[in-house]
Design a protein around this ligand. Structure first.
Ligand code: HEC
Length: 197
C-alpha cells in the first residue's frame, strides 16, 4: 500500500511571523491511505490556517487593539496561507461575495458552491465539500461569523466597529464590502486548489 507522508515542518514557518517561539522540529506523521483524502486534508489545513490567523489576530488585538490587528491581517494573512500553500502544494484562498481584500473575490467557478452555502438556514453551519474541476481537486468550506470577536471588524459600523477601526479599514481597504455582518452569517469560503490529480 502506498504511504503518504505529511511533513509538519510548516508549523515552524507559520509561527515565524508571530512572536511565538519557533518550533523547528519537523515531525513526520504517516497516513495510511492509497490516495490523498482531500476532504480530511482540506479540513486539516483550514483548521490550522483558521487557528493561526485567529491566534495572531487575538495577540495583536491585545497588544494594540483592532487597529494593530488590521495592520497585522493586512500584512500577514497572505503570508500565513502562503506558508501552508507551499507545504501542502495547494493554493489557499478565502473568497467572498462581500470581500474586504480585493483579491478575495469569487470566481465564476465558485458561484454554484457559494450559492449553495448562501441558501443555508440562518445559524446552521453547512458541510465542506470536495469537487473535481478540470481534473483538479478543489475543497470548499464555508466561513461563518461564528464568534462575536469577528464583529469588531466585520460588524455594524459605529456600534460593533469603532471609529478608529473604521478609519484604519478605510485606509487599507477603500473598497471594503465586508462590514455590517451579524453573528452567525455566512462570511466567506475557504477555497483550496490542490495540485495534481
Ligand atoms: C482585527 C480585525 C479583524 C477581526 C477581528 C476579524 N477580521 Fe476578518 N478580515 C480582517 C481584515 C483586515 C481582512 C483582510 C485581510 C487581507 O487583506 O487579506 C479580513 C478578511 C477576512 C476574510 C477573507 C475575505 C475578505 O473579505 O477579504 C474572511 C473570510 C474573514 N476575514 C472572516 C473573519 C471571521 C470569520 C472572523 C472572526 C472569527 C474575522 N474575520 C475577524 C479583519 C478582521
Amino acid at each position: 500500500m502506498k504511504r503518504i507522508i505529511i511533513a509538519f515542518g510548516l508549523v515552524g514557518l507559520i509561527y515565524a511571523c508571530g512572536s511565538e517561539k519557533e518550533e523547528k522540529s519537523s515531525k513526520k506523521e504517516e497516513v495510511k491511505e492509497t490516495t490523498p483524502n482531500y476532504r480530511d486534508l482540506g479540513l486539516d489545513i483550514t483548521n490550522t490556517a483558521q487557528k493561526t490567523l485567529l491566534k495572531h489576530v487575538g495577540q495583536a488585538m491585545k497588544m494594540g487593539g483592532p487597529n494593530a490587528a488590521i495592520q497585522y491581517c493586512n500584512i500577514n494573512a497572505m503570508t500565513i496561507t502562503d506558508s501552508l500553500s507551499q507545504a501542502h502544494k495547494v493554493k489557499i484562498s478565502r473568497v467572498s461575495e462581500r470581500n474586504r481584500n480585493e483579491s478575495n473575490h469569487l470566481a465564476d467557478a465558485d458561484l454554484p458552491f457559494w450559492n449553495h452555502y448562501k441558501s443555508g438556514e440562518a445559524n446552521v453551519q453547512m458541510a465542506d465539500t470536495v469537487v473535481n474541476m478540470d481534473g483538479k481537486h478543489i475543497y470548499y468550506r464555508p466561513i461563518y461569523i461564528a464568534n462575536p470577536a469577528c464583529l469588531n471588524c466585520h460588524g455594524q459600523s459605529g456600534t460593533d466597529i469603532l471609529e478608529g477601526t473604521i478609519a484604519k479599514l478605510d485606509e487599507f481597504y477603500p473598497n471594503d464590502k465586508a462590514r455590517d455582518y451579524n453573528l452567525g452569517e455566512l462570511r466567506g469560503m475557504w477555497k483550496l486548489e490542490f495540485e495534481g490529480k
